[in-house]
Design a protein around this ligand. Structure first.
Ligand code: ATP
Length: 229
């Protein structure tokens, strides 16, 4: 029997208030992402890509349809249970690295351990290992964000998202602040962490050459998700 997909969306509808009416951002979106699979979502500005990530992250509740994360149907969950589900099962990588200016790379990951109420000694070892696995050398691991390059900051960001051992990894335009070559390298890294950590990864990008690194490419058009780029 195959394992259930860590991320499952079924017939999801999402609208936003728009004056006196409602604007449809997601229109009957269904998507299943398997463990170890990297799905890229392309599509024009305003087509609904960020809305898709927000719903998958349980940050927004859909008007209708099902969102199942790590086997849990999120429909009946209150705010606290959603927050816990996110903390335990969802890693999020935003466009900008959003790192805390005063903390070193290792400490950025330890801040997550602190939130989880775990052991800092254990956490330090795991943080060092993860940062090494995304390609940060021993020196860089003890630098603050302004002492790192944009690509290195994005690597710290990815390591931090992986820290909690998520089964779902959601990535929003990870290469937009990077030049072509660094963007390619970050994309290769995301493909490799998806395989190594067996995450169900959804990545939103405008950057067409990067789509080659995905297992599957989908296109969002006016809130509808279709096959192919
Ligand atoms: N909070 C909001 N309130 C009202 N409308 C919104 C809100 N957020 C997004 N929208 C609208 O919903 C639609 C989808 O937006 P979304 O941000 O998901 O698109 P996107 O594909 O991620 O765009 P981009 O590539 O420019 O980031 C757009 O028409 C947008 O204007």
């Amino acid at each position: 029997m195959t394992d259930p997909a860590p991320l499952l969306l079924e017939s999801v509808e999402l609208t936003y208030p728009d004056g006196g009416r409602r604007l449809t951002a997601l229109d009957g979106v269904s998507l299943a992402v398997a463990a170890g699979e990297l799905v890229a979502v392309a599509g024009p500005s305003g087509s609904g890509k960020s809305s898709l990530l927000a719903v998958a992250a349980t940050l927004l509740r859909p008007d209708s349809g099902r969102v199942v994360v790590a086997g849990r149907d999120t429909a009946g969950l209150g705010g606290r249970d959603r927050a816990r589900l996110r903390r335990e099962h969802v890693g999020i990588v935003f466009q900008q690295a959003n790192l805390l200016a005063s903390l070193t790379a290792v400490e950025q990951l330890l801040a997550v351990e602190h939130l989880r109420g775990g052991s800092v000694r254990e956490g330090r070892r795991r943080a060092e290992e993860l940062l090494e696995s995304v390609g940060l050398g021993a020196d860089q691991r003890h630098r603050r964000p302004h002492q790192l390059s944009g690509g290195e900051r994005q690597r710290v960001n990815i390591a931090r998202a992986l820290y909690g051992g998520p089964s779902v990894l959601l990535v929003d335009e990870p290469t937009s602040a990077l030049d072509r070559e660094r963007g390619e390298r970050v994309m290769r890294l995301l493909a490799s962490v998806t395989r190594r950590h067996r995450t169900a990864t959804v990545l939103v990008t405008h950057d067409r050459p990067l789509l080659d690194h995905a297992d599957r490419v989908l296109t969002m058009t006016d809130g509808r998700l279709g096959e192919g780029s």
